[in-house]
Design a protein around this ligand. Structure first.
Ligand code: IPE
Ligand code: IPE
Ligand code: MG
Length: 259
């Protein structure tokens, strides 16, 4: 056991973080927040923060994959982010094109499979194409799943699932008494993540402590970690620190600790 412990220096408190490689969370979900504030602090336009944030996505994807994470879900664009100025929205829509055009070979090298949650049909043609190609090009990878939430909103997801279930009941394909939690799970966009649909650890950067419509159903028993760093400043050490914090928690799922 001893040799499976990894030590890492934490940037914030300079103490050594001890990570148990046998207890890495299977599914880590991240609300990548603070790009705009990161840029503003440097007197740069907000989009400079999104550009730098893309580099963080690359770094954290590799770091998570090397730690043995099974699913990394990244909240990239919410159903509410359309409210932003159109210039910022257009920039955000171009990012997947840039990201995948440079990063797919690395994803394949690390055996990472790309998946997407959200209504991508509403995205510009070029963005849809970049996403579809990345999904196709990494379809044979069987390592970590990199699950992007793009034009994703949990209330929208639950609404769509409800509509599908009602339609099945109406069509006589489903008995109303058979509707249970698994029925809901099987109609959510996270169904494609199989046994790892529910995040074990949810991290939000930038100091905000809210969920902002992300995976509401799936995080029922996730451990929540709110960190002060803005997303562009988040790095492999920050990830290890969050995992170390996760490993100090006692998950009870409504039961008792020593059951
Ligand atoms: C997160 O950073 C990226 C997206 C939501 C697309 P923000 O753009 O929300 O940055 P802040 O929160 O305004 O600093
Ligand atoms: C949540 O961040 C969405 C993403 C990270 C994509 P926001 O910046 O949009 O959330 P609020 O508006 O601060 O709640
Ligand atoms: Mg924000």
């Amino acid at each position: 056991m001893e040799e499976r412990l990894v030590f890492s220096k934490s940037k914030d408190d300079k103490t050594n973080q001890q990570i148990d490689m046998e207890r890495i969370p299977n599914h880590i979900a991240i609300i990548m927040d603070g790009n705009g504030r990161w840029a503003q602090k440097r007197h740069l336009p907000r989009v400079a923060g999104h550009k730098q944030g893309m580099q963080t996505v690359k770094k954290i994807t590799i770091a998570a994959s090397e730690l043995g994470v099974k699913v990394l879900s990244l909240y990239a664009f919410s159903t509410e982010n359309w409210k932003r100025p159109s210039s910022e929205v257009s920039y955000l829509m171009q990012l997947p094109v840039r990201f995948f055009s440079t990063f797919v070979p690395d994803l394949i090298k690390h055996n990472v499979k790309v998946m997407v949650m959200g209504d991508i049909t509403q995205l510009p043609e070029a963005t849809q194409e970049a996403v579809q190609n990345a999904i196709k090009d990494t379809a044979d990878c069987n390592g970590m799943i990199l699950n992007f939430a793009l034009n994703y909103g949990s209330r929208d997801e639950i609404t769509q699932a409800t509509k599908q279930i009602v339609a099945e009941v109406k069509a006589g394909k489903l008995n109303i008494d058979d509707v249970d939690e698994d029925t809901i799970n099987n109609h959510l966009m996270s169904k494609q993540l199989g046994e790892f649909a529910d995040p074990d650890l949810l991290i939000r950067t930038s100091g905000e402590e809210r969920i902002s419509n992300f995976m509401l159903w799936q995080i029922a028993y996730s451990e929540l970690e709110f960190v002060s760093e803005h997303w562009p400043d988040f790095d492999g050490e920050s990830l290890k620190k969050a995992i170390a914090s996760f490993q100090r928690r006692h998950r009870r799922f409504g039961g008792l600790q020593n059951q």
